[in-house]
Design a protein around this ligand. Sequence first.
Ligand code: BLA
Length: 501
Amino acid sequence: VESGTPFDLSVCLNEPIHRLGGIQSYGALLAIGADGRVEVASSNCAALLGVPTDAVVGTSAEALFGSAGLAAVHATLAAPTGDRGMLALTLGSRGFDATVYRADGRVVVELEPATAERPFVFSHFYPAVRTALVKLQHGRTVVDVCAAAVAEIRALTGYDRVVAYRFEGPAGPGEVIAESVADELEPWLGLWFPATDIPPQARRLYERNWIRVIHDVDDDTALLVPQVLPGAGDPLDLSDSTLRTVSGFHLEYLRNIGVRSSMSVSLLNGGRLWGLIACHGLEPRRLSAEVRAACEFFGVTLSLQLAALQDTEATNARQHARTALFSLVTAGALLADNDELARLIVADAVVVRLGGQATVSGAALDDGALTALWEHVPALAAGQVWSCESLTELDPVFARYATGFSGVLVLALDGTGDLVAWVRRERRAARTWATDPDQPVLLGPHGQRLTPRGSSAVYQAVVRGHCLPWTGADAAVAEEFGHAVRTSALRRATELAALND
Ligand code: BLA
């Protein structure tokens, strides 16, 4: 293939990364069927367990683990600790940290040689994690807390670079918002990375489990034997695996940025992935089961704290809105003062539409643009909010209007089309990208290679046609305002009724 040619990204989108039929070779995997026999085993059993894979497949699990060991596996599976459990197991004279979960109707046991002489005990690591978590409590903003978190995770794990990476929207690109990095590496703070760096099926997988470790990008994958499940067309589902082998595309990516090992921890709010803590090592790095469990625990706690901060920011915005609303309410005319409305939610123009009649204040708006806008606002119930950050992306027709605005946040006052619309102009946001966002992947001189990236090759690109994003707080304020309008309309109606009595 010619170098510099674009790469077909649909290949990435369709890759079944949870069923690649192999694991990282530092551990072994066994899948036990309903009859208690091993149906699938990784190809490295001889090296890790001292029994060749061919002899393991078909053997009864009880023969391998002993009846006490097998009972411990089932007890761990039955414990209400989430989708996967951990325990210490011995095979012959070898000690292992085991991870157990269910997949495709089998019981899966993953075995990693115990790193220390002692078995896995979370409490060994607990004091360090506790100290680290306490340090997070002083952060007042999401960025502050992330800055403390990356420093603590780097100290706990020893990776060379640890970043907090925040997505813009669930399928969007992302920005490095905090970083702790070794002196000899170039800083990435503030860099943007294209959305295609983390495809949607990977994002979904990362909502399901909190942590993933790649111990060596040059590892020889241990294949599953047999490759496809008996009676099925696909390899075993490794969604819950800790040893899961990794997409070749991602390994290529890591090699291109000079990374030998990685770990990432999900940042979730309400079950949705909004960011990652991503760690890079310049050398292969195996995390012991207990350090991994500590990082997972750290990620859960960090996510909760960040979610609480995000909620606090929304609550503060609501409080601020209440104060602004109070002055509107006491002035007696909620919908009469558009300037005050534009202070409630930052906007370039505010449109109040009552009985089909629109009053615009602030920046001038084309009549044609307004007509097009009304056609695009979906049907909303009273009090409901709808917003859009790029009307030209919604419909290219919006590019026609010279007084062009990019985004709108609409509050429905009733179900009949009365509404308030806050309108924002385009914000030409200059971003520093780690690669050309319009051509995120090129085939390099050595055939199929993802392009290297980093701050030495930054790319300035201006994002066009979008307004300053509407935040959850903006929506909360609009809802609050809608509530006030309805309450005061109700009060006025009651007063009128009383007068008429
Ligand atoms: C996975 N891509 C990932 C992961 C990260 C990134 C963090 C999670 C796996 C891990 O922990 O290493 C990307 N890493 C980043 C980014 C930063 C970082 C943006 O440090 C910035 C600070 N990747 C591509 C292209 C494809 C691709 C073009 O660039 C598709 C061809 C695929 N990335 C890809 C896949 C995965 C991935 C398939 C999932 C890997 C897996 O979990 O199996």
